[in-house]
Design a protein around this ligand. Structure first.
Ligand SMILES: Cc1cc2nc3c(=O)[nH]c(=O)nc-3n(C[C@H](O)[C@H](O)[C@H](O)COP(=O)(O)OP(=O)(O)OC[C@H]3O[C@@H](n4cnc5c(N)ncnc54)[C@H](O)[C@@H]3O)c2cc1C
Length: 409
């Protein structure tokens, strides 16, 4: 859609997984809805691009809890191929961490999760860092892995929120890319691009949305933008919604980024996963030949990712190469052609990777998700109590917000 209509039944702010889930459900119910999207594409933090004769996912890649993931069926219904292979990162490291050490580390991780579960059951919230094993050889790797899970350090994570996350440990992928699949699911749904919403006036019976392309009036709005944009009033409400704003601030986005190298020529190293280091938090989680592609990809999170985003792609490349050389040697490094990094924190319409609740803020997910006056509804990964930080969690909250609207009509 190239122009903004003056009115619509339901305005959906943001065409990420949550917005597309909401639009899909409303279309099924025969309700006219329009996604209003700030970018020139759908998908948000789900984004697949062509690379190295194949595709890469810059954002979400894994269908987590795949045996229960609603998007498996959505993918197959839209003609995408679900690859039921096991991720490299879920098994032993292919190099750099002997299998006995890996088993010891997995035990430390499992003990940490048990400690979180036990502490969460008391109902007394506190930072997850308090449950780290004392004087453990694996403390730094546990801390690093937490930044992959949550995009932030354990000091900033509520143990109850961490424990609420539901994970069946089964992870699949979409052959054509997770982002491509989410965009495929949006095909045919009405959307207007390059149209950031700056204010939602909900004082009257209808809601009025001020956008980059003018004002649109709707019976209701479903707000599906990342939490930082609500917390810092990039998207404002009139009358103001201080409880929503505070809840969004209690659910900040951590940072997760990726780096990609193309593998050139012969590369006789074992396929699979390895860590850049196991004795420091600032480490990449690398995958060689992920799903058979001639790539080496690295995942990194937390303060380390923030620092590398600030320093720029050349600094991230240099640090990744330094860690690769330390594990694989200089010859392997020479066969890698740098492709790109991501910078989700610097992305003005994302501002980070995914949400976690600050200690003491586990209830903020419910506050953020609660409808206002039967006219304003909220969705997005941060609104999910058990599937937060994921694309399927975002989709589910979009469907739920659409159903709440249908119930409130
Ligand atoms: C590096 C990385 C790896 C990840 N890996 C996985 C994974 O393997 N599996 C998984 O399930 N999840 C993963 N995730 C998380 C997953 O991508 C997100 O949780 C999910 O895509 C969020 O969907 P959403 O709809 O809530 O938000 P978004 O996708 O952020 O959508 C929000 C939309 O709102 C738009 N918007 C923002 N502001 C405005 C405005 N003012 N007006 C109009 N539009 C606006 C944005 O442009 C965006 O399109 C990963 C994320 C990152 C960054």
């Amino acid at each position: 859609m190239s122009t903004l209509p003056s009115s619509i039944d339901v305005a959906i702010v943001g065409a990420g997984a949550a917005g597309i889930g909401a639009a899909t459900r409303l279309r099924q119910a025969g309700v006219s809805a329009l996604m209003i999207e700030a970018r020139d594409r759908v998908g948000g933090r789900a984004h697949t691009i062509p690379a190295a004769g194949d595709v890469i996912d810059l954002g979400c890649e894994w269908l987590h809890s795949a045996n229960k993931n609603v998007l498996v069926q959505v993918a197959e219904a839209h003609g995408f191929t679900v690859d039921r292979g096991t991720p490299g990162w879920s098994g032993p490291a292919s190099v750099g961490l002997p299998s006995r050490d890996h088993a010891e580390y997995r035990q430390a991780l499992s003990d940490f999760f048990d400690a979180v579960e036990e502490a969460a059951a008391t109902g007394r919230d506190r930072p997850a860092s308090e449950l780290l094993p004392k004087n453990s050889r694996w403390e730094m790797l546990l801390r690093a892995v937490a930044t992959y899970y949550s995009g932030t350090e354990l000091e900033h994570i509520s143990i109850i929120d961490f424990d609420n996350y539901e994970d069946t440990q089964i992870n699949w992928t979409v052959r054509e890319g997770y982002g491509a699949m989410i965009a495929g699911a949006a095909k045919g749904l009405p959307v207007v691009f390059d149209c950031a919403v700056s204010k939602i006036d909900h004082a009257g019976k209808s809601v009025k949305l001020e956008t980059q392309r003018g004002t649109i009036e709707a019976k209701a709005a479903i707000v599906c933008v990342p939490t930082p944009l609500i917390a810092d009033s990039t998207l404002r409400f009139d009358p103001a919604l201080p409880a929503k704003q505070a809840a969004a601030a209690g659910l900040p986005l951590g940072v997760a980024d990726k780096i990609f190298f193309e593998i050139e020529g012969d590369f006789s190293y074992p396929r699979g996963h390895f860590y850049g280091a196991t004795d420091r938090v600032e480490t990449f989680s690398f995958d060689m030949f992920p799903r058979g592609r001639k790539l080496l990809s690295g995942f990194y999170g937390g303060a380390f990712a923030v620092e590398l985003e600030k320093a720029g792609p050349a600094a991230a490349e240099a640090e990744a190469r330094r860690q690769i050389v330390a594990v694989l040697g200089a010859d392997a490094n020479r066969r890698l052609r740098f492709m790109r990094t991501t910078a989700w924190r610097s992305d003005p319409f994302a501002r980070g990777g995914y949400s976690s609740a600050l200690p003491g803020h586990v209830g903020d997910r419910q506050i953020l998700a609660a409808p206002v006056d039967g006219r304003l509804f909220f969705a997005g990964e941060a609104c999910s109590k058990i599937h937060f930080s994921t694309a399927h969690g975002a989709w589910e909250t979009g469907v739920k917000a659409a159903e709440d609207y249908l119930g409130a009509r």
